[in-house]
Design a protein around this ligand. Structure first.
Ligand SMILES: *Cc1c(COP(=O)(O)O)cnc(C)c1O
Length: 386
């Protein structure tokens, strides 16, 4: 790691020598893509690791979203959250679907189920929520609304690798869920993604769609796309799986240390843990409240000047980007909670290998400009493996 700055995230990269045998196997097989041995092995291994029935690997999370919407033949309008990465709405645009933005819950920062029904129109065909920061959405309420109005539910679970609730993986919720395996995500294949689906027939349709729509050598079922994950990425995923439990354990320890160190700083609020039973600590978001001496953007600039590359996930809101801001649902008055959170949010560095010294430094920097510096000179609790 560069000594001069602390990035907001850093990819999980197992030792290179552990990857070499996988590459040798690929070279020997001369099979680079098109659902080879690595691809099949990773689909199987992920089903077992995550505890889900069927997975189809794709090139990236954005194409996973586009493909999921195609698979369910979703059209018209889709209710979604403005508080996400822009790809969530872009996937709708790429399918000719109009996003309808609904405000978020002030505690979970996920789609507020109480505000969904009033946004439903005769054109609405689906709800596309995001498990933001890997925190579980109000899945039961959302499903109840979907059942009542005969809507599909597609979860953008790009942040939710490995997250569990009482019933197991949260990826089982809705009609389909998608994952991103981008380098910045908890589990990465350099670039990559996946669709989690409940039955073999749906998986078949996804598999055909991501391979140009081919059913066999001479039959094309639909205008599909090239969405296949290559063998090198799939192999890297297999290697990542061997290290993921350790990486998640480290993330949990970092989360705990931050919460301990930031607890006394007035005006800095950590997001409460979500309702899930197992978290992946993909992000460490804080809210810079009114009683903190600096505004969020001032703290953002200060931290970056100090070499701590904090990020404002998610600011601006998707609904504020020029291609969406003329939609009636994009008006800030329709999205008061999301607008307020977007002005206060700051994500602190979190990744396996972030040292406890650096976590202490980050907390101290916030405390220096905060209201209670003296009382923040504290002893760090023991943290293993950092
Ligand atoms: C990362 C991300 C995506 C896009 O995934 P890619 O693999 O980068 O295409 C979609 N939605 C959310 C919420 C994300 O964070």
């Amino acid at each position: 790691m560069n000594d001069n700055f602390i990035p907001v995230t850093s990819p999980l990269l197992p030792p290179l020598e552990e990857f070499v045998p996988y590459l040798e196997e690929i070279w020997k097989s001369r099979f680079l893509t098109n659902g080879g041995a690595m691809h099949q092995a990773l689909e199987q291994a992920l089903c077992e690791h995550l505890g889900v029935q069927h997975i189809s690997l794709v090139t990236n999370g954005t194409l996973a979203l586009v493909t999921a919407l195609q698979t369910l033949r979703i059209t018209g309008e889709v209710i979604t959250t403005p508080y996400s990465f822009v790809a969530t709405s872009h996937a709708l645009s790429w399918n000719g679907i109009k996003p309808v933005f609904v405000d978020i819950d002030p505690v979970t920062l996920n789609l507020d189920p109480d505000k969904i029904e009033s946004a439903i129109t005769p054109q609405t065909t689906a709800i596309m929520p995001v498990h933001c920061y890997g925190n579980l959405c109000a899945v039961d309420e959302i499903q109840r609304i979907a059942d009542t109005y005969n809507l599909k539910v597609v979860y953008d679970a790009a942040h939710a690798f490995g997250v569990k609730d009482n019933g197991g993986s949260i990826l089982r919720h809705g009609d389909l869920s998608i994952l991103s395996f981008h380098a910045t995500k908890v589990f990465n294949t350099f670039e990559g993604g996946a669709i989690i689906c409940p039955d073999e027939k749906t998986k078949q349709r996804i598999d055909n769609f991501k391979n140009f729509g081919f059913l066999d050598e001479t039959t094309v079922l639909m205008p599909g796309i090239n969405g296949k994950l290559n063998e090198v990425s799939a192999a890297f995923g297999l290697l990542q799986l061997k290290h993921i439990d350790e990486a998640l354990a480290q993330r949990q320890e970092i989360d705990q240390l931050y919460r301990y160190l930031l607890a006394d700083i007035r005006g800095i609020r950590c997001l409460p843990p979500g309702p899930q039973t197992f978290s992946n600590h993909a992000y460490f978001p804080i809210l810079v409240e009114e009683d903190f001496p600096l505004r969020r953007d001032e703290l953002y600039s200060f931290m970056r000047e100090q070499g701590v590359l904090v990020r404002r996930y998610f600011y601006p809101l998707i609904s504020d980007f020029s291609m969406y801001n003329s939609l009636p649902s994009a008006k800030p008055a329709n999205l008061p909670v999301a607008s307020s959170v977007a002005a206060k949010i700051l994500c602190l560095p979190i990744y396996p290998g972030l040292s406890r010294e650096n976590i202490g430094l980050i907390a101290d920097l916030i405390a220096i400009v905060g209201p209670k510096f003296e009382s923040n000179i504290i002893e760090y609790p023991p943290v293993a493996n950092l």
